[in-house]
Design a protein around this ligand. Structure first.
Ligand code: NAD
Length: 696
């Protein structure tokens, strides 16, 4: 039973009881309707209270029923609300904790509402690319006024009940005894003659003022919602109610809802929403796996990454010891940390005293002895196996038993690093992305011997420090960098074949990437890729790489940090300006390599870059480096600036159709083999042939 029914002195109390958030699954919807009918038939009952068990009134739809037949089984939420609204006996909704989405829409169908102070009120549907589909766009404006309703519906942001105390949304706000207050209100209402007030019958305000608010809301989202239809449809639906009345507004809202649910953008947003949750679940590490206590952290290496990593823990309230080998290195690291905090304070995003408190949690040290107390040690020293060996042997000798030993390595073999210690089960990869205090993504690298409780602990800790953690197996580059290498490799081939950096970047940025490959390389430093390629040339002489980027590096053009890379940069200015020198070098390089340059279309550029990701992603999936396609998508959405509205490379490939992706790769491979670069992943071909997708 997900709905309880009791009576108290002539008042029927219908209690949603579907933990954890009283989601409106099918049995709950049916239970409410059954409760209303029971109350209608009971002559002893004169009024009804609708409330929620546990900590919340109702969090909205039951997400476990999403995409199942139950989600569309009658009674649907609209019918439940109609039953509430048309009840001859007054219905009072009693809200506490959370009244969100369908939960709020349900409450809007009641005749009266009482709320506890501190209740979160929201219609967050827009965040999943849809709109409130059970009258929310029609009833909320009638309850709280057009301007505030527009704001809540178009942004999906929660508002506290007390902030809406002056509106018709609530008949009463209480500090305690919510149910008693609701029952009292129900009895008072029952004493009055019906019919009882409904929001559908309330006026919505005058048309001129409404037109102004609507125009201003449209203007506000013009830029931010360029790629998302839902915020626009929210405004359209609200406007329809203003212009044509409640019933037509409601019908239009339904029409918009049905269209949005099918849209690529909503599928992408829902994929990201569920992908984030799914990433936290590891098939063979049950959610009740015991975790270790992490109360004290130590970060080794105070460079680019170590400083940012330390900030993450300090921000979450954990004391951090930051160790480096020399005083100047420590001082440089701390100065950068301080500068980062100062900038956040200057931007008004953090109070100065809070920044100071966070900074004070970071204790610099030159002695490895200071790692003895740490529950977690994160190594972020130079990317060199012999340095890692030396560091891990020292950590192993000093760390307390049960401490977790993490490495931030980007490319080195974690199993080898683990083998430098006597406790490989305690070693795990925590691959942060730069800047580590900003980027959401954390690849958690699972070594051959990593213990389950170590993984469970790190996943939990990742949540605490606000990261999206994705588990990756051990391989060169893990998920994200292994795929990006193929993407960057294509970008170099295209330079030889006829494109220039600015064209490639423009094309992929128009597709929606935050930054094209050349601007990205200039930001990260072209020397990093150069070092990796030199290793590739040694380890895999059979693979073909364009050497155009090596030529750039030979010119000393490492990117922004040297004032020039693929682009020119003026001092103190990060604007990328096409470089005549580099463009001429590219043309000369092609000529020397005997390649006849041709015009490349933007479509070809985008396909080659994105399909290179997809092809490598397929291999990563089939090798078990990623355990599900949505994990790969989460890596790209949170760490690589892949456009959210396309849902990540694997979902994008599913949307295009894998047979089409296979055909396109075949075309490019035939036209320009680029060595092994277009060897197609068997798993991609197999899925395409069988008509399957990467994501379910
Ligand atoms: P960095 O050169 O900026 O910093 C390394 C720091 O480690 C320096 O301060 C150095 O003094 C210190 N160090 C060197 N040997 C040490 C030792 N034995 N004990 C203590 N400290 C020592 O390097 P970085 O960019 O911060 O990279 C660190 C690690 O993070 C590497 O493994 C790298 O692959 C990885 N990583 C880097 C990035 C990035 O974008 N820079 C991203 C993800 C992961």
């Amino acid at each position: 039973m997900t709905v309880d029914y009791t009576t108290h002195d002539g008042v029927a109390v219908i209690t949603l009881n579907n933990p954890p958030v009283n989601g409106l699954g099918h049995s709950t919807r049916a239970g409410i309707v059954a409760g209303l009918e029971r109350a209608r038939q009971d002559s002893q009952v004169s009024a009804i209270v609708l409330t929620g068990a546990g900590k919340v009134f109702c969090g909205g739809a039951d997400i476990t029923e999403f995409n199942t037949p139950k989600a569309t089984q009658e009674p649907m939420l609209g019918a439940v609300i109609r039953a509430l609204e048309s009840s001859a006996k007054p219905v009072v909704a009693a809200l506490h904790g959370v009244a969100m989405g369908g939960g709020l829409e349900l409450a809007l169908g009641a005749h009266y509402r009482v709320a506890a102070r501190g209740t979160q009120i929201a219609l967050p549907e827009v965040k999943l690319g849809i709109l409130p589909g059970a009258g929310g766009t029609q009833r909320l404006p009638r309850a709280i006024g057009l301007q505030r309703a527009l704001d809540m519906i178009v942004t999906g942001t929660p508002v506290m009940s007390e902030a809406l105390a002056d509106t018709a949304l609530f008949d009463k706000l209480v500090d305690a005894d919510l149910l008693a207050a609701a029952r009292e209100l129900a009895c008072e209402a029952a004493a009055r003659p019906g019919p009882h007030p409904t929001l559908r019958d309330r006026a919505i305000g005058d048309h001129d003022a409404a037109a102004t608010h609507i125009a201003s809301a449209r203007k506000q989202i013009a830029e931010t919602a360029k790629h998302f239809p839902a915020p626009h449809r929210c405004i359209d639906a609200i406007e329809a109610g203003v212009l044509h009345g409640f019933d037509q507004g409601l019908a239009f809202e339904r029409e918009c809802f049905n269209a949005l649910v099918q849209s690529t953008e909503s599928r992408a947003l829902r994929h990201a929403f569920f992908g984030e949750r799914a990433a936290g679940k590891i098939a063979d590490v049950p959610s009740d796996t015991p975790t270790r206590t992490i109360a004290q952290v130590c970060v080794i290496g105070a460079g680019t990454m170590g400083g940012g990593i330390a900030m993450n823990f300090a921000n979450a309230g954990l004391p951090v010891t930051l160790i480096d080998t020399s005083q100047p290195a420590l001082e440089r690291g701390l100065a950068t940390i301080r500068k980062n905090y100062d900038n956040t304070v200057k931007k008004g995003k953090l109070a100065a005293d809070v920044a100071e408190q966070r900074l004070s949690r970071i204790t610099p040290s030159l002695s490895y002895d200071d790692l003895k107390q740490a529950d977690l040690i994160v190594e972020a020293v130079f990317e060199d196996l012999s340095v890692k060996e030396q560091v891990f042997r020292q950590i192993d000798a000093l760390a307390k038993p049960d401490a977790i030993l993490a490495s931030n390595t980007s490319t080195l073999d974690l199993n080898r690093i683990a083998a430098f210690t006597q406790r490989p089960q305690d070693v795990v990869g925590m691959h942060f992305f730069s800047p580590a205090n900003v980027m959401k993504l954390l690849e958690v690298v699972r070594g051959e011997k990593t213990a389950k409780d170590v993984l469970a602990t790190v996943m939990k800790l990742a949540k605490k420090i606000g990261k999206t953690a994705v588990v990756a197996g051990v391989c060169d580059g893990f998920i994200g960098n292994r795929m990006i290498e193929q993407y960057v490799r294509q970008s170099f081939f295209m330079l030889e074949e006829g494109a220039l950096p600015a064209q490639v970047d423009r094309a992929i940025e128009a597709f929606g990437f935050a930054m094209g490959p050349f601007r990205m390389s200039d930001l990260a430093g072209n020397d990093i890729g150069w070092a990796i390629r030199k290793r590739r040339y040694r380890e895999h002489p059979e693979q073909r790489y364009s050497t155009v980027a090596d030529r750039l590096c030979e010119m000393g053009r490492f990117g922004q940090k040297t004032g020039g890379g693929w682009y020119d940069y003026a001092a103190g200015d990060r604007t990328a300006r096409p470089s005549q020198l580099v463009d001429e070098m590219i043309v000369a390089h092609a000529q020397e390599a005997g390649i006849t340059r041709r015009e490349l279309s933007d479509e070809e550029i985008v396909e080659r870059l994105v399909y290179a990701l997809v092809n490598e992603g397929a291999r990563i999936l089939d090798e078990g480096i990623a355990s599900k396609a949505s994990d790969i998508d989460m890596v790209y959405l949170t760490g690589y600036g892949f456009p959210l509205w396309r849902g990540g490379p694997m979902l994008y490939a599913d949307t295009v159709g894998l047979a089409e992706v296979e055909r396109a790769i075949g075309r490019y491979a035939a036209a320009q083999p680029n060595g092994d670069a277009w060897d197609i992943a068997p798993g991609l071909v197999e899925r395409a042939t069988q008509g399957r997708r990467f994501n379910g």
